[in-house]
Structures are given as C-alpha cells and as structure tokens.
Design a protein around this ligand. Structure first.
Ligand code: KIV
Ligand code: ZN
Length: 385
C-alpha cells in the first residue's frame, strides 16, 4: 500500500491514550452518568485504546467511585487517574486502584505566577516529589508540564529531566491552550526527544483547529503516544480527535496502533448519544457524508472504482461506515441507474433521462430524495401509476 508521508514511520508502533472521560467530560455542558462512563470505558477497551484516563478522582466522591469502578472492570487497557502534584490528589488516584497516575503542574510563567503562585524551583521539587510518591506506591507514572508549549524551553527540559531522574515512566507535552503551530510542535518535540530518554506523549487542544496536525507533527518528531478524545470533545474547542489521529497515523503514515478501526463509527455514535454533542455531516471519517457522493462525475467514478473519488487508503468498511450515493440536484445518470437497480427497476435509456430530469426538478425545490420519491418518480415514468 502507498503511504503519503516522507517520514520513516512505516511499521512503527504508537500508543493511544484516550481522555474522553476526563478532558472530554470537561466540555462545557457535558455531564456523563457513571453508567454511561462505564459503557464508554468498555467500548474504548473493545476499540483497543492503550490507556484510558477515567477521571480526576479528587474532584468529587462520585468521580472517585466511578474511577474505582472502571479500574475494577478488568479491562485490557490501562486505567489512569488524573492528579495535581498534591498528596491528596495522588492518594485519591492510588485509592482507586488505577494502573497509572497522570500528575501535572503548570510550568509556563503565565500559569505558574497567576494560578499556582510557585517559584520555578518549587515547581520542580513538587513534580519530583509527586513522581517519587507515585512510583513508591507501585503505579505507572505520567508527568505533564501543563502549558508546556508556552513554557521557556530550557526550563521545560530541566523539569522533564528532573522527573525522568525521579523514575517517571512517560512525560506529556500538553499544548494546553492550543496555540502551537505544526512546525513549532515538530521543533519542540525534537528538542525534548533529544534531551530526555523516556517516552513522550502529546496532548493537543484544538483552539485553532489544528490539534490533529500538531499531534501528527509530534509523532513525526519522536512522540510515541498521542492523547485523544472521541469526537474531539474537551475543554473549549476540544482535543485531538481519536478517529482522525488514528486513521491519519495508520493510513497516511503506515504507523501501527492497537485500534480496531472498524469500531470507530460505533464509538463516535455512542459518545454523540451520551453527550448530546452531534457531529456535523462533513466530519472526517465518522460524519454522515464522510463516504457520501452526490455529483454525477464523482458517483460515476466511484461506481466504477471507489478509489477514483475516495482516499482508497481508507475505505468506509475500515471505519465501520458505509458508502452512500445521494440523489440530489447534482446527481448523474449512473447514480440514478444504480439506485433504481437496487430497488429492482431497469429503465430504458429514454426513461432514465426522464427520471433523472424529474429528480433534479424535485431536488431543485430543496427537497431531499428518498427511496420512496425515487420509486414514485420511476413508477410514474414507467407508466405503472
Ligand atoms: O490541557 C492540559 O494541559 C491538560 C492537562 C491536565 C494535561 O488537560
Ligand atoms: Zn487538556
């Protein structure tokens, strides 16, 4: 298969960290019940994500119970809990029996000075203490330098080296307010990669609509794990979209992940349903129109050979979707002929021209053509009415 990337990533394996139940649930207006969270956790396990951030246990007793319930589900994935670099937060995660504790502290001057009000030295020592505490309690540890992309680079590397020295398993580089450019992300991750010897994870926010691009550039630069959410939900404009990151990695770069991509649509629909956040039809991969064709030239091509007007390296079947031929004002003869044959009607060329013309007239009035309309038009033209 051809991969559309120059980077030497073909065959490399990358892991997927899902934060739908944590950052995703921070989407304004979204509140999931514990039962819904458990269902999403099981679905993400079936989908094949490697690590699931189940929640922020210190935030409430209900959240803690839910993280504990997910951690005791016996899922194949690693269950992770979020904690500030504070002992009470770390204890709350450890009490839930999670496999991994994800601890974070602000490192950018703007957040450090205006939110936590700590010196740079205090931040390093709080981070190191938190990592040591987690490791002493036998859990895996991920450390996030919150607002990493707005942090002074030398200081960021100092913090990462300090947590590496404390036994941290993986460091995360969050683009907390989504301001990084793809090339800036490539340079930043390359710098971190050449200074730190533990795996690198990225967490990109979508404020400018480039969270997926930034995540991919991070992978090109050496990141081994990407944080995503189903449907890209999350704080403000959300996080990198799981389906998009995974399909780009697999289909464009030839990277291997553990994701069973045929469950992508099903997973997206579940999260749409539970959150009430609906994907526009033109959403890549999982949107209703992702594999729909209306114009005559496109449908003719696709009916001959799907790759003519689809990526080819990604088929609807790969993501649990289906191809749709839509009859509208841009429809052509081939599409109408195909749709008629699916309902058992074989018109002559002359009848087909007449059916097409009537369909275009209806569509031009702004009406969507459904099978019943097609049947009615065909019956009228074939004289069966
Ligand atoms: O956006 C962010 O920085 C976060 C951290 C907790 C990783 O969500
Ligand atoms: Zn975030």
């Amino acid at each position: 298969m051809a991969f559309y990337s120059d980077e030497p990533l073909i065959g490399k394996h990358k892991t997927i960290f899902d934060t739908t139940l944590r950052d995703g649930e921070q989407t304004p207006g979204v509140s999931l019940t514990n039962e819904q969270k458990l269902k999403i956790a099981r679905q993400l396990d079936k989908l094949g994500v490697d690590v699931l951030e189940a929640g922020f246990p210190i935030s409430s007793e209900g959240e803690k119970q839910n993280v504990r319930a997910i951690a005791s589900e016996g899922l194949s994935l690693d269950v992770c809990g979020l904690a500030r670099v504070l002992q009470k937060d770390l204890d709350a995660c450890i009490d839930c029996g999670v496999d991994m504790v994800h601890t974070f502290v602000s490192t950018s001057d703007i957040q450090r000075i205006h939110t936590i009000k700590k010196t740079r030295e205090e931040v390093v020592s709080m981070a190191v203490n938190a990592v040591e505490y987690i490791k002493d309690h036998g859990a895996k540890c991920m450390f996030s330098a919150m607002d990493a992309t707005r942090t002074d680079l030398d200081y960021l590397i100092e913090v990462f080296k300090a947590v590496e020295g404390a036994g941290c398993d993986i460091i995360n580089v969050p683009d907390t307010v989504g301001v990084m450019s793809p090339s800036g992300m490539y340079r930043l991750i390359s710098q971190v990669h050449s200074n730190v010897n533990i795996p690198i994870d990225v967490h990109c926010h979508n404020d400018f609509g480039i969270a997926v691009a930034n995540s991919l550039m991070a992978v090109e630069a050496g990141a081994s794990q990407v944080q995503v959410t189903v449907n890209g939900i999350g704080e403000r404009a959300g996080n990198a979209n799981l389906a998009q990151v995974v399909m780009c990695l697999q289909s464009i770069y030839g990277v291997k992940t553990n994701i069973n991509t045929e469950y992508l649509l099903e997973t997206s629909k579940m999260v749409e349903n539970f959150t009430g956040i609906h994907m526009p039809p033109n959403t890549p991969i999982v949107g209703d129109n992702a594999f729909a064709h209306e114009s005559g030239i496109h449908t003719h091509g696709v009916l001959e050979k799907a790759d003519t007007f689809e990526p080819g390296i990604m088929t609807p079947e790969m993501v649990g979707h289906r191809r749709r031929i839509v009859l509208g004002k841009h429809a052509g003869k081939h599409a109408v002929k195909q749709s008629l044959s699916e309902i058992g009607i074989q018109p002559t060329e002359e009848q087909l021209d007449e059916i097409l013309s009537r369909i275009k007239t209806i569509a031009n009035r702004g009406k969507r053509i459904c099978d019943a309309d097609l049947h009615a038009v065909a019956s009228a033209v074939l004289g069966k009415n």
